[in-house]
Design a protein around this ligand. Structure first.
Ligand SMILES: C[S@@+](CC[C@H](N)C(=O)[O-])C[C@H]1O[C@@H](n2cnc3c(N)ncnc32)[C@H](O)[C@@H]1O
Length: 624
């Protein structure tokens, strides 16, 4: 997926403190009804532990209220403003997903831009240069042999990122003593082994067992006794490690939120979840290459002293039932945040809302099989065509599942499916932020941008290098009008997605910032002269514009102006989501700032041109 297509979500230099500054609060004490956490209680570090020394002194670890007895959380002792970098850290281990092994460096996780060097032995991992290769060699040495062994006994396949990440944890444990702080921080992560279903056929038991078997094969063990060499005393301990891994792993992503692989940071894993988070974990890529990949925890909302830092483990644009299911399955808890347990007076959740068919300006809860009688919150009329709405949502969800499954193997089909379903759900009355309409719009946008035909060199800036490779020369058979049409379709799709996202996510959320940047860049590609207007599908209301222009996207200077406004807005939001100050909104924030400067110049040239034309006109002679 492209830098600008998969929208999906993390210091200050002074963050790294000496041991003297560490704050691991002593109140992570077992209590009678909470012997230490939600999982295996015995593993929590003791008070005054020497772990987590890289946590800045303004943050501290103590029992979490939010997590309802499920262990520790990170709290701030001072006020934090949105966009403030709370801390940043390099993960303990990280591994690229198989799809990205060729396009990104396996050490610093930077994009290769076609110049990566391949490991000549395994021919699988790639590096920017010999510095990155040397830095990774102490671990890749064992990984290299293991990958080759796996590949030859598994018909040339490559183990997934979870297995390679776990392999890296074990090899590092083998090298560093199991009593090292590094290993103890991994051991102190929350495990859910004891709360696993006793049923060996349950999903979680199967996932853990499969991963445990795979890792044993990957590192090449002949007997469980050999695990001791890696600081793992028994098969049960290995399942514990797997449980810690699945409960505490992060997705590592590009500065545009394309997921790249998996990583583990025991410190950042201390942060608990909320579906209405006050912070976010991103990888803005603002440090020197030898420090990357660096995870940044950034405040999204004002955070008061003593408040807990909370991030979202799941996509918060999804409806409550879907989020709750994901949280139960992977993290073994029931979320009780405000979004999951809203007070009765709380307005309708836009993730599950539709417009009132009476067009009174109100909205209704989307009916479900269990609750088919819903009413407009304003005029109180009941939803009439319940079956039609239920059908549209069911068909929409099926199309979404199919389009997601096909997005890489058959993108054209995926585009067709999403393009066809969006108007069906819109006609059924769903609001832009509702599910599955927003998810379909986001996928549609990402696909249209990924497969945007190239019209001029500036379009290439929108498509990341991997996309340019994936769809080379698509434009060759298209007429300029068709190319323009494709660009306008992408702009309309990006506008729909941006509208839905802006209703659900707080200002400055990185997903919003990237969506606005994407839309601004699309609008800035060119400013075509007004075309003959052909009647088309209903047009989205342009984001931030109060008056709907007759044709959207507009042409000429109006388009340039809209692009400029969108990019300024994107930049402001990126300065929050990817961190302000030295972070400058991350790599994308810097890039957008440059575009804003360029557009300002263009708009000035245009204004000067118009002024000159006006001044060159012969003046009307007075009195005539
Ligand atoms: C990544 S860990 C977070 C840190 C953990 N509390 C600890 O002490 O290590 C994830 C686990 O914390 C607990 N947790 C996180 N957020 C929670 C919440 N909002 N409510 C209840 N438990 C939560 C769950 O047990 C979950 O599996």
């Amino acid at each position: 997926m492209s830098d600008f297509s998969k929208l999906k979500q993390k210091r200050m230099a002074k963050d790294t403190r000496s041991l003297a500054n560490r704050r691991v609060e002593p109140d992570v004490q077992p209590t009678s009804n909470n012997p230490g956490g939600g999982g295996d209680k015995s593993m929590f570090p003791l008070p005054n532990s020497d772990l987590y020394s890289s946590l800045p002194s303004s943050l501290h670890v103590r029992a979490s209220k939010e997590a309802n007895g499920n262990g520790r959380g990170i709290h701030t002792s001072s006020y934090r403003k949105p966009g403030e970098v709370l801390f940043s850290i390099r993960p303990h281990v990280a591994a690229l997903s198989n799809d990205h092994l060729e396009g990104y460096c396996s050490n610093c996780f930077g994009p290769g831009s076609g110049s990566l060097r391949r490991c000549t032995a395994c021919k699988i991992v790639h590096y920017c240069d010999s510095a990155c290769q040397s830095a990774d060699w102490s671990l890749h040495k064992q990984e290299c042999a293991a990958v080759q062994r796996w590949s030859s006994s598994n018909l040339g396949t490559i183990p997934g990122d979870a297995i390679r990440c776990l392999g890296r944890i074990l090899w590092r444990r083998q090298k560093r003593e199991r009593e090292s702080i590094w290993a103890r921080e991994i051991d102190a992560m929350e495990s859910h082994r004891t709360s696993l279903s006793k049923d060996p056929n349950s999903r979680d038991s199967q996932v853990y067992t499969q991963l445990a078997h795979a890792i044993v094969r990957f590192i090449g063990l002949n007997s469980p006794q050999e695990l001791a060499e890696y600081g793992v005393d028994s098969a049960a301990d290995l399942v514990d490690l797997v449980s810690r891994f699945t409960t505490n792993t992060f997705t590592i992503s590009t500065p545009t939120l394309t997921s790249l692989g998996a990583c583990v940071s025991p410190l950042i894993a201390l942060i608990n979840h909320s579906c209405d988070p006050n912070a976010v974990v991103v990888f803005p890529r603002v440090s020197s290459k030898d420090q990357e990949p660096l995870m940044h925890v950034i405040a999204l909302k004002p955070i008061e002293p003593n408040q807990e830092i909370l991030t979202a483990y799941v996509d918060t644009t999804l409806p409550r039932d879907v989020r709750q299911k994901m949280l139960r399955e992977t993290y073994h808890f029931t979320c009780r945040c405000q979004l999951c347990t809203p007070p009765p007076e709380c307005p309708l959740d836009l993730r599950e809302a539709m417009f009132c068919a009476k067009k009174c300006g109100g909205m209704c809860l989307v009916p479900t099989e269990a609750n088919s009688l819903t009413r407009c919150t304003k005029c109180k009329s009941p939803v009439k065509d319940t079956d039609a709405v239920l059908d549209a949502i069911r068909v929409g969800q099926e199309a979404l599942d199919k389009a997601e499954a096909l997005q890489f193997s058959n993108p054209q089909k995926s585009i067709q499916l999403t393009t066809k379903l969006i108007p069906i759900l819109t006609s059924a009355g769903l609001v832009p932020a509702s599910h599955p309409l927003l998810a379909l719009c986001r996928l549609n946008t990402s696909l249209l941008i990924t497969h945007l035909p190239s019209m001029d060199p500036s379009t290439e800036e929108i498509r990341s290098p991997e996309i340019q490779d994936a769809s080379p020369g698509v434009s060759q058979t298209l007429t300029p009008k068709e190319v323009q049409q494709a660009l306008d379709d992408a702009i309309r799709a990006a506008t729909r997605s941006g509208t839905g996202l802006s209703h659900l996510l707080v200002e400055g959320h990185p997903v919003r910032g990237i969506a606005f940047a994407e839309l601004g860049k699309l609008l800035s590609v060119d400013e075509p002269a007004p075309a003959d207007v052909e009647p088309g599908p209903p047009q989205p209301q342009p984001l931030g514009m109060h008056i709907k222009p007759p044709v959207y996207p507009p042409s000429g200077p109006q388009r340039l102006k809209l692009a400029y406004e969108m990019l300024v807005r994107a930049r402001n939001e990126l300065m929050i989501g990817f961190g302000g100050g030295k972070n400058e909104g991350g790599e994308v924030g810097r890039n957008v700032r440059q575009l804003v400067v360029d557009l300002e110049k263009e708009l000035n040239v245009w204004k000067t041109g118009v002024r000159n034309v006006i001044q060159d006109q012969p003046r009307p002679v007075s009195g005539k």
